[in-house]
Unconditional design. Structure first.
Length: 81
């Protein structure tokens, strides 16, 4: 199965990589795509990043030093004193 690279810059990049690595165009494109997919898959997901952030935030907190978040606290925040 063949494909055609219509973007001249992309075509030039593929040919340059193939020339440097002394491989064919198909192998150069295949390796580049495989490497890019591995790089993308190695990055943590947004959910994992959020979970790491929450854990780091919780680790920095000192709830024993804080004030209780009771009804009076929330009333004061909303101006319902």
């Amino acid at each position: 199965m063949a494909f055609h690279i219509r973007n001249p810059e992309t075509d030039a990049l593929a040919r340059r990589v193939a020339r440097i690595k002394r491989t064919g165009l198909t192998e150069a494109v295949h390796e580049a795509l495989r490497n890019e997919l591995a790089r993308v898959n190695a990055q943590p997901s947004k959910g994992e990043i959020a979970l790491q952030f929450c854990r780091a935030l919780r680790a920095r907190g000192k709830p024993e030093q804080g004030l209780p978040a009771d009804k009076a606290f929330f009333d004061e925040l909303s101006g319902d004193i």
